[in-house]
Design a binder for this molecule. Structure first.
Ligand SMILES: Cc1cc2nc3c(=O)[nH]c(=O)nc-3n(C[C@H](O)[C@H](O)[C@H](O)COP(=O)(O)OP(=O)(O)OC[C@H]3O[C@@H](n4cnc5c(N)ncnc54)[C@H](O)[C@@H]3O)c2cc1C
Length: 341
């Protein structure tokens, strides 16, 4: 079986830009301030490095709950096609810059006292807080969509275990099998979704020419369908793909994960592998910290300052209207660390 590689995955969709990490100037920080950043994804790690570069005496702490986010190993090549990119900075590089890296889950923010409560029972003081918590899945009221169904129909949307599960399910797909990719109406990362559809198509074309992919695209416009059709043509992809739009009935009403069944407005589908992508909102700690509006995202100004709490800075994917790509994350850091506070 041909394995999916990271290179195949990124092919042609996420233009790599030359946006550089910028050491910020002029932040209203006193030299002895303790700056804490929640989240060591691409946005949080870059912010830590930029702040240290711009303010060498500043105490910078980076809090991350998932140690694999700072790990270097390439792990399973097939699963890599379904994982989110990590920061390019290594743990050693961060530490060499004098950044304190703490492995813990932030469970609460006390803005008045300037303290974070951590899952371990510890707490952490801050003078200035940056939040780069990424996204979390929003629960949906769909019949049959319980924890077991979410396990059986992995989203593989940033969770490495789910990425491995999806890769394993694809490896076991029958020759003429059926794969369904479900995309919700309020899709958080359109470019990632487009890439996912192409990755799955390439996989089927290369390993199971008799198999087919159905994309249930509940987004309100045909934009994604059109981009996919164009990319498929340009890449000369010879896969059997049915793209069902919202207007054609892509909305999912019920699932029976055990039987591989999905009930949609267009009727019932049965599949061997279901990549069920839920809607996402800002990472949970952003809501706990009072930075999320009714949309589920963090409204921010052009300099990444929260519009709900001016002392908070929100970076990366958690921002309302963010591009939700690596370049989008980098630009939010540049805007925040360049800002004259
Ligand atoms: C499957 C997938 C593939 C993608 N592929 C590409 C690609 O090829 N190219 C591209 O440009 N973009 C890609 N993206 C988008 C890109 O990954 C994101 O835009 C980028 O990672 C956003 O960075 P971030 O730092 O804001 O959030 P994240 O990368 O999500 O990092 C957030 C971090 O915060 C941590 N965290 C959250 N809450 C807490 C807490 N309470 N306490 C402690 N830590 C916490 C999380 O563990 C996580 O490590 C992909 C996204 C996905 C889901």
């Amino acid at each position: 079986m041909t394995r999916l590689t990271r290179r195949q995955f990124t092919l042609g969709l996420f233009a790599t830009s030359a946006v550089a990490a910028v050491g910020g100037v002029g932040l209203a920080l006193s030299p002895a301030d303790r700056t804490v950043i929640i989240g060591a994804g691409p946005a949080g790690a870059q912010a830590a490095l930029a702040l240290r570069a711009a303010h060498p005496t500043l105490r910078v702490a980076l809090l991350e709950r998932d140690p694999t986010r700072l790990a270097r190993e390439a792990s399973d090549a097939a699963a890599a096609a379904f994982t989110a990119p990590r920061t390019e900075a290594t743990l050693a590089q961060l530490k060499a810059q004098g950044i304190e890296v703490m492995l813990d889950d932030v469970v609460d923010v006390d803005w008045t006292a300037g303290r974070l409560s951590l899952f371990s029972g510890r707490d952490a003081a801050f003078d200035r807080l940056y939040l780069a918590p990424g996204t979390s899945a929003r629960p949906e009221a769909i019949e049959g969509l319980d924890a077991e169904a979410r396990y059986t129909m992995p989203a593989a949307w940033g969770n490495p275990r789910e990425a491995r599960r999806l890769a394993a399910q694809l490896a076991a797909l029958p020759e003429a099998g059926h794969v369904v990719l479900r995309l919700p109406a309020d899709l958080s990362h359109p470019q990632v979704a487009l890439n996912r559809a192409l990755v799955l198509s390439r996989h089927l074309a290369a390993t199971r020419p008799a198999a087919r992919l159905t994309v249930l695209d509940a987004t309100p416009t045909p934009a994604l369908a059109q981009s996919f059709a164009m990319a498929k043509r340009l890449q000369g992809l010879d896969a059997q793909v049915a793209w069902v739009t919202a207007a054609q009935g892509a909305t999912v009403r019920a699932v029976d994960a055990h039987a591989g069944r999905i009930e949609t407005d267009a009727g019932r589908l049965t599949a061997d592998v279901i990549n069920f992508v839920p809607p996402h909102v800002a990472g949970t700690i952003a809501r706990t910290a009072g930075l999320v509006d009714a949309s589920g995202w963090c409204p921010c100004d052009a300099r990444s300052r929260s519009m709900l709490r001016s002392e908070a800075i929100v970076l990366g994917d958690a921002r309302k209207g963010a591009a939700r790509t690596l370049d989008g994350a980098r630009l939010s850091v540049t805007a925040a660390t360049d800002a004259k506070a």
